[in-house]
Design a protein. Structure first.
Length: 100
């Protein structure tokens, strides 16, 4: 069985975890969310190449939290409407304080 080469991500994306011990397969959803939130175009390409679009789409749609700009960006990348994102729906159910 051929193993896929591990993606090469910038350590700055995972600044708060032990980068060398990060298990890309066991923590796939965490890795995908973090790469879309903090990575650049090349990081996202590596992520999609390693996990495949189906896994990336599933992880992003099920994420409990993503910053608003990341939701819209991910929506464009995976070609799904923002209303399908769990974190978008949760944000609508729990609006923040009125910004004034």
């Amino acid at each position: 069985m051929e193993t896929k080469p591990k993606p090469v991500f910038e350590k700055r994306i995972f600044w708060d975890v032990d980068f060398d011990k990060l298990d890309y397969d066991a923590k796939a959803n965490f890795v995908i969310e973090r790469v879309f939130e903090r990575g650049d175009v090349e990081d996202i390409r590596q992520c999609r190449r390693y996990y495949g679009d189906e896994k990336v789409t599933e992880a992003l749609l099920k994420a409990k939290f993503l910053p608003e700009h990341t939701i819209y960006f991910a929506s464009a990348v995976i070609d799904k409407p923002v209303e399908l994102f769990r974190c978008y729906t949760l944000r609508q159910l729990n609006p923040g304080l009125f910004p004034y």
